[in-house]
Ligand binder design. Sequence first.
Ligand SMILES: *Cc1c(COP(=O)(O)O)cnc(C)c1O
Length: 450
Amino acid sequence: MKKTKAKPKVNTKPVKIKDSIPEDYSTETHLIYGKGYTEKWDYSHHLVPPMTASATFRLESAQRGAQGFIEFAHTIEGKEVSKQTPIYIYDRLGEPNKDLLEDNLALAESGDACVTFSSGMGAVSAALGILSAPGDQVIAHKTMYGCTYELLTLWYPRYQIDVKFLDLTNPANLKKAITDRTRVVYFETPVNPTLDLIDIGAISEIVKAANVNRRKRNRINIVVDNTFATPFCQRPIEIGADFVVHSLTKNIGGFGTDVGGAVVGPLWSKDKLLLYRKDFGAVLGTKNAWDALVYGLPTLATRVRQQQKTASEVARYLAGHPKIDMVNYPGLDEWPQHTLARKQMRDFDGNFAPGSMIYFVVKGKSPEESRCNAEKLTNFLAKEAYTITLAVSLGNIRTLVEHPGSMTHAAIPASEQVKKGIDPGGMRLSIGLEKVDDIIRDLQKALNKI
Ligand SMILES: *Cc1c(COP(=O)(O)O)cnc(C)c1O
């Protein structure tokens, strides 16, 4: 490809993505176009940004290379560090496809900065990694994705970071638990796999009050894993969270082709996240970034809007089935947390957006029988259903089912699972883009067999 000369630009403070695109269009439209350029790369001839495949970048002189290293991750705190066009140096430090994706993810989440990682777990470890150090305390909701739980229970004790698990569905529990050492409040909402909701606004009020007399470096930060909801259904930063983490592997990627993760947060965190990624090394592959940029984000709204329409009907069907004990879906009117769902789960235009995930519990006379029936149902679906696949991911164009107790949450001991609301007969369903009647027919056939 012919080399094009990038227009020289003065590198002052980075522009907030929100300020760089026309305001009077919806976020949904912006996710198709995005910011559309990086200061360091000219691809103005392309409609679709080319997929980048260069692990390293040509430096024009020893001085410019040295300056690039000095500038890296030192552009945020308000200082003008260079009068020259910023440069790319090496993929792990940053490159065009990731930069474009990060701008668009920040936009989707109403955040000021985003850094991507090689997986959702890479993003979770980075967010917690820049916010906590030995001697600090992390407060987390008692139920969460199994690997995040293991990160906090297997690894964090080794770093002398204390982790306290609470039931944050009652925010009053948090107020009592905060200490001088608390640095992070961490939770998913909806919670994986139970779909319980945590009131982001109420948690934020408590943390704000606790932060009043704290110095900046001792502040408590709220980190929300927004993977289940996606930014289409909920933007935690708008409601008071400081950080959002994502597994891009799920509904943002949307097609199940790539693993990835992202942290969205305030501008001050960008340098730290970039340094963390550079040194711990969980860098998102360019091809994965490109897929999320070109296919995932632009179709997010359309996919999730359709999935949640189907999910509402499937949830209603399951709720009325005699072999089902309980259905958790934020869109069900009779669901205990429906009011909270209506308050905080809203799409880009403000419509109620209950999402594409369902948790349901199969009936049984005892927990053992319930587990046994869930296993039978799982096996029947795995063998016979055309529209429902047994697989441990979510947010796919295909409907996926799994048994959290023995799969995604197996890292949590069985006796602990019950305390955390993970029922032995509990099953997680992630609704895809198939016709709703086909999904329901497959469920019906399977339920007839148990
Ligand atoms: C899948 C998942 C993760 C981990 O993401 P990976 O991309 O698999 O590393 C983290 N949090 C939640 C809620 C998830 O569902």
